[in-house]
Design a protein around this ligand. Structure first.
Ligand code: BYC
Length: 483
């Protein structure tokens, strides 16, 4: 398939490659939404850094080779744009009952409600994460990390624009209302919370931030990959371009935790501490002990697995059949992409025990995506363990069992250990402090959260990165705090 090029227009208030200047009605609607977005950004975006020049990457095109440029930007002036990956000539619907038919350029009436719901849920997560990360700028461990936080934030803002574009362009009046509502819900708000559980959790410290970008942004990757398969071509193209940016968010998470682990192991070695579970001794060094990192992993994985919805879901089956939301790497899977005669093994609770049960493949779409996610996340954990081993420290991190501490789906209400053993509530509670972050973990983390603002310097608990952003030298001033 050949890609059709579409120039990016940077003269408009809203940079875009969707010919906004020729679609007066849409342009006016988006320009009317714009001030509300800026107000939301100023009220709910990074607290206290609105007039600070930050060395940011801005998307300036959709060519994989040269899509971004770097420069100092005050965040409210960031060029949030609407950018779709190039259209592929002759693209056909890759799965479901319309498989092989030309992709839709307009919303098919029968799937309108389903599509709108998926776009709204996707859109809701983007501003939610910015809200969750709002206060982290005040305690950044370095200017490098501060800049990465803000990069993630502005790109989540752009992803919100991406969904708002779809709502305005394709869903008429109710799309415009939904776009308004995306700015009205707030993470953690008692009356108007964000739609999905994980996006109402707090992100109070930088370990939480790195865990969030490693685990929860990776759900973003998997969901966007599935939506990028969509037969509704504008959604597919939007998600494909969003994925280009998403990669950096997971890099921030994986490398952030790698740098924390590296610093912990180095400090332990320098001090001659050989027992990684001697938490008191390790904490005296001002670094993050590995058992606490494990407990944080347990928490973040469970919360994120809940984002995949019910393992067995007729919603997901309908979206697949309709050709609206596919599987991870759909076009690379060797089957008929209709799945009427296929099954997929799903771990379920049978008479109080965990057992693999063959489900129809269509109903198991969510379970399969979650399985693909776990494999992807496990790759990162293996890389962390290599670092620990290389440092000569005797400790291994591992992902907890998928049934551990779940609130949504098959395992909700069940008590399961991180090893996957079904237990009773009393046993769970007795072990809670070994398995999930404790009040003392959180207090210790809080005590470590002190901003480091000298270029090239880092907090006691994190190693410097191997290379700078945009290949900048170690003492580069990524954020000009002085003004
Ligand atoms: N919390 O059949 P079910 C990202 C609801 S992250 C609360 O089980 P389905 C990002 C569900 O809405 C990716 N409610 O699930 C990351 C439904 O309610 P209704 C975001 C939940 O529909 C970091 C009911 O339970 N994108 O991009 O098959 C930073 C039964 O639903 C939860 C998407 O998720 C929950 N955890 O699948 C920034 C893609 N889970 O409608 C960004 C779009 C389920 O009956 N969304 N429910 O009232 C979807 O594909 C699907 O809606 C879900 C759920 C995968 C979320």
């Amino acid at each position: 398939m050949t890609a059709l090029k579409q120039e990016v227009n940077y003269d408009d208030l809203i940079p875009n490659n969707v010919n906004l200047s020729e679609d007066r009605r849409l342009r006016k609607a988006l320009e009317a939404w714009h001030p509300g977005f800026i107000d939301w950004w100023k009220d709910m975006g990074p607290d206290g850094f609105q007039d600070t020049p930050v060395y940011l990457r801005t998307a300036i095109g959709v060519d994989p080779k040269g899509w971004a440029e770097f420069g100092y930007v005050n965040m409210p002036e960031y060029r949030w744009g609407i950018l779709l990956a190039p259209a592929e000539e002759g693209r056909t619907i890759p799965f479901g009952k319309h498989k092989g038919e030309p992709v839709w350029q307009e919303v098919p009436g029968e799937y309108r409600a389903m599509l709108r719901r998926l776009v709204v849920i996707q859109g809701d997560t983007e501003p939610a994460s910015v809200e969750q990360q709002r206060h982290l700028g005040k305690t950044a461990p370095s200017l490098y990390d501060l800049r990465n936080l803000f990069q993630v934030n502005v790109e989540e803002g752009r992803h919100l624009w991406a969904m708002v574009y779809l709502l305005h362009k394709y869903f008429g009046k109710d799309g415009r209302e939904e776009a308004e509502n995306l700015l009205k819900r707030t993470s953690g708000d008692k009356d108007k919370p964000r739609m999905l559980g994980a996006f109402n959790e707090e992100t109070p410290d930088w370990l939480s931030f790195f865990m969030f970008t490693f685990f929860t942004d990776r759900d973003g990757k998997m969901q966007l990959e599935s939506l990028a398969q969509s037969g509704f071509d504008p959604l597919s193209r939007t998600c494909r371009f969003m994925l280009t940016e998403e990669a950096h968010h997971m890099f921030v998470g994986e490398s952030g935790i790698s740098r924390i682990i590296q610093r912990t192991c180095e400090a332990m070695n320098e001090a001659g501490i050989t027992d990684p579970t001697d938490v008191e001794a390790v904490r005296k060094l001002g670094v993050m002990d590995l058992p606490m990192i494990q407990r944080k992993m347990n928490f973040h994985l469970a919360v994120t697995l809940d984002l995949f919805g019910n393992e067995v879901s007729t919603n997901a089956a309908s979206a697949y059949e309709a050709g609206i939301k596919g599987r991870y790497q759909e076009t690379r899977i060797d089957d008929d992409h209709q799945l009427h005669n296929d099954t997929y093994a799903v771990l379920k609770v049978v008479d109080g025990e965990l057992k693999m049960v063959e489900e129809t493949a269509l109903n198991a779409i969510n379970a399969r995506l979650r399985d693909d996610y776990v494999k992807d996340a496990d790759g990162g954990v293996k890389r962390w363990n290599k670092l620990i081993k290389k440092a000569g420290v005797d400790y291994e991190l591992s992902l907890p069992h998928i049934a551990f501490n779940r609130q949504i789906g098959e395992f909700s209400g069940l008590f399961v250990s991180p090893d996957g053993e079904v237990i009773d509530q009393a046993t769970f509670e007795a072990n809670r402090d070994n398995w999930l972050p404790t009040a003392s973990d959180l207090a210790y983390l809080d005590s470590l959260m002190v901003a480091v603002t000298e270029p090239g310097e880092y907090a006691s608990w994190i190693a410097p990165p191997k290379v700078g952003i945009d290949n900048k030298p170690g003492d580069f001033e990524y954020v000009r705090l002085a003004g």
